[in-house]
Design a binder for this molecule. Structure first.
Ligand SMILES: NC(=O)c1ccc[n+]([C@@H]2O[C@H](COP(=O)([O-])OP(=O)(O)OC[C@H]3O[C@@H](n4cnc5c(N)ncnc54)[C@H](OP(=O)(O)O)[C@@H]3O)[C@@H](O)[C@H]2O)c1
Length: 258
């Protein structure tokens, strides 16, 4: 065998090995904010990314990223608050292993309807449906895909506003707080239910990040750039194991009290 032939065979073997080991992440709510940045950073790291959004046809920034990573980033439709949408995606992805499912999509909801004196049922319904039912129903629908993968990991994005301990300091944002607190409890229950399938379920938080959601909250203090938050989140997500998933962990490794 010539040196050239040996080198070519070796290069081909490495290429196939890399392709075979490329892990797949499915991320919800990726047309903007933290989700969009996650698509960029996971794709940069060589992951295959299934980037989902409610309306891909309107997702200009996401489609640009998908155009840059044609072979590894695909865009799919998913409204996490809509059971039919979840079912349609699960049917389309049947049999496809998903190493990492990131339940990122979330909504703050309008603030006046979750302020004492002006509560409105519709806002509570939308926020709880999106932030609690959404991650649970998406995880339920895709659990076989996750179980069939090497990574076998599901995470959800929570917030310090879902912490009962931290909530002693401030009121307001009732639907959002309730949704993230309920998400925490739900994800812990899901962790117990999916453990027998070898799936680890974790709860992570991005910190205060400059996104539309934070702007809509009226917060005016210091905030992280999405790039910094997501770089930290990726490390934290990587560190989610059966030994560590009993805690909600912030992008910088700090534990968020229950
Ligand atoms: N930014 C922060 O400081 C902060 C802090 C703590 C936790 N978080 C959490 O981090 C996650 C991402 O937040 P963000 O700051 O990036 O917010 P964002 O900029 O407002 O983006 C929210 C994303 O969720 C999507 N989404 C909302 N409802 C959806 C639904 N029913 N189905 C599918 N997608 C839906 C939005 O899509 P559309 O454009 O279609 O609405 C958008 O892509 C959320 O879970 C949030 O609660 C954020």
């Amino acid at each position: 065998m010539t040196k050239f032939l040996r080198a070519t065979l070796l290069a081909t073997a490495v290429l196939f090995a890399n392709e075979a080991s490329a892990a797949t992440a499915l991320i919800t709510g990726t047309n903007r904010g933290i989700g969009l940045e996650m698509v960029k950073q996971y794709a940069d790291k060589g992951w295959t990314v299934i980037a989902t959004a409610r309306k891909p046809s309107d997702a200009k920034d996401l489609n640009e990223v998908a155009g840059k990573y044609k072979k590894t980033v695909s865009v799919e439709t998913l409204d996490v608050a809509n059971p039919d949408s979840i079912k349609a995606l699960a049917t389309k992805l049947k049999g496809k292993p998903i190493d990492l499912l990131i339940n990122n999509a979330g909504t703050l909801g309008d603030l006046p309807p979750q302020t004492v004196g002006t509560f409105q049922k519709d806002t509570f319904e939308t926020v709880l449906l999106t932030n609690v039912y959404g991650p649970l129903a998406v995880s339920e629908a895709l659990r076989e895909n996750v179980a069939a993968s090497q990574g076998k990991k599901i995470v959800a994005l929570t917030s310090g506003l879902g912490s009962a301990t931290l909530t002693q300091r401030r009121g307001g944002m009732y639907a959002y707080r309730a949704s993230k607190g309920a998400l925490n409890v739900s994800m812990r229950a899901l962790a117990a239910d999916l453990k027998p399938q070898g799936i680890v379920v974790g709860i992570v938080a991005p910190g205060m990040v400059e996104t539309d959601l934070l702007a809509a909250s009226g917060y005016k203090g210091p905030a992280l750039k999405v790039g910094e938050s997501v770089a930290g989140l990726m490390k934290v997500i990587d560190g989610v194991t059966f030994e560590t998933n009993d805690k909600a962990v912030n992008y910088n490794g700090d534990v968020i009290p229950w």
